[in-house]
Design a protein around this ligand. Sequence first.
Ligand code: 2M8
Length: 421
Amino acid sequence: MSLADDALAVLRENDTGAFVKPSQRLYPWQWNWDSAFVVIGLARVDPERARLEVRSLLKGQWADGMVPHMVFHPQPVDYQPGPELWDSARCEGAPSVATSGLIAPPVLATAVRVLHDAAPDDDFLAEVVPKLDAWHRWFHRERTHPESGLMVIFHGWESADNAPRFDRALARIEVDGVERVERTDTSQVAADERPTDLEYRRYLALVHWLRERGYRPSSPAEAPFAYLDLPLNSILAVAEDDLAVLQAAVGADGGRARTAAEDLRTALASTWDENAGAYRERDLHGDEGVTDTVADLFPLYAGVPGEREARRLVDEHLLHPSRFGPSPEAPWSVTTVAKSSPAFAARNYWRGPVWINVNWFFVRALERYGMLAEAATLRDSTLALVERSGFSEYYEPMTGEPLGSRVFSWSASLTLDLLHR
Ligand code: 2M8
């Protein structure tokens, strides 16, 4: 079997019929950006199934436009914390299917654009474009930090869970009242590859706080965790560009989306740190300082840097052997934390390992800047990694050892896309 056949077999295996689970047992519900990545992989091989994936995710859309990070389509599974934690039915405007109350980086409009380019379907587009527009409008209404113009996240689960950049913000979260933590993940994956129990207690304390407010804090100042996340903002900027293209395809006005994308780029550009040659995130309740995670490079994906800044980001960080790039001791890149950072942990989740979706974002980023040789090298090494270690959730950068879930949908799906690039 070819690599493409193997990848497709993973998506078939994880397919519930209505949605593709991120993985069989570790993640048995529908997760938002996971499904968007699945759509990207299926766009060319099974567009009809990809359309169903989009429709299933949009069943979780709230009346105010939010498309939550998890949708709990009814099915008998063993996963904690499950829908009871969120209790979405009590919230005004929640859909009939149970969902979480948080969000994920909004990749869906980009996925629908990939799908439309591969297999246009006007009726489908007319159905989903207004929903995507409502979702994006929700961001600007509910999550704008007025001073910077960037979107705020209220939980690490809205971006890269236990990334070291959230450590100080999370350390301030009181965990009183969250004594016992029910979690099924550590019965399936080694505990040292996952967030700690203390991190989980903080995640749950934050969910409890948000749930009491219907998941709508009155302002970032009030929220215990409020963070200007560069990946989410960069992904939204690209998604707005893609939405504008889709709107043009259905004869709708893409002006709002185009302006929003430009405004986000301007806001992202102002986070540039000339000394570091990278962008800087902000914890709104603290002075985060230098965190050295791959998030600092994400504006490249959105086309924010000029040529000179882009070259610095790539040479001094993305591909630099002591930073995020390949080195003789650690040939597998892109690491999610700089290898030179004291926080780098080669096996732990978002604290160092290589992730296929991160590599996919940077292949696109390098292509966007015309750095085609660098893009091809990163693409080839990403494909070599899955060829050698399978469609794992994440990988150890020194050995390429598979970590986390071993049959992970977005690694398979994005492999299908990378094979086409
Ligand atoms: C991870 O998130 C879940 C909680 O939502 C977890 O940590 O157990 C993250 O990698 C998230 O980005 C991803 O969407 C989800 C499913 O793959 O798993």
